[in-house]
Design a protein around this ligand. Sequence first.
Ligand SMILES: [Zn+2]
Length: 230
Amino acid sequence: MDGFDFQVEVKRTNRKKSVSISLHRDTVRISVPRFISDTAIRGLIIKRTPWIKKKLREYSLRKTIKPTKYISGEILPYLGRNYQLEVINGTDNSVKLIGGCLVATIDRNKSNTKNSPKVLLENWYKIKAEKKLTEKTDYFSKLIGVYPKSLTVKNYKSRWGSCSIKGDLSYNWRIILAPNHILDYVVVHELCHLLEHNHSKKYWQHVEDYFPEWKNSRNWLRQNNYLASL
Ligand SMILES: [Zn+2]
């Protein structure tokens, strides 16, 4: 069905008495009883458009699951928003956020592996992650009254952060792909381990005190766990 800025497949069936809308990858599938008119179907889709758009955004974020190639046109998340990557040639190496685009300029004259868009962008993400996580850790450690011994941003493959018995904090740089409030949660989570080195009821009570929305954030991280090893 035309006229929408997303793909719509209409399935008419004798068996169905009600309408159902679902998303299959980036296509909207609508199943309707045979007697429903095209106009009525359009009306139904328009009514559900906010939901459809939300699901499509989630899908485009999830699309980055596959090993990312860091090529122009690819969608890359940063602080919970999706940006279209643009790789251009220039006389210097740089990464900039310009409008809805993440523009990576590569100096092709310096041809070595350090000069690939992948290395350049991952370094950019790491620098941003270190800055944000340091600021947030400073803020929340004052609030909670605990002071970590050190803070490092690492290349973890399956976890978001850790806190050693000695008080050394480490974070996965990929957390910078998630929305801001999720970073807050990860920071509070690790800092509260300085009060309780376990996941006991007492521990979660501390988390609750400093970050009451922790359950939503924990669920978000579970649902978007693939980002941890992107
Ligand atoms: Zn923990």
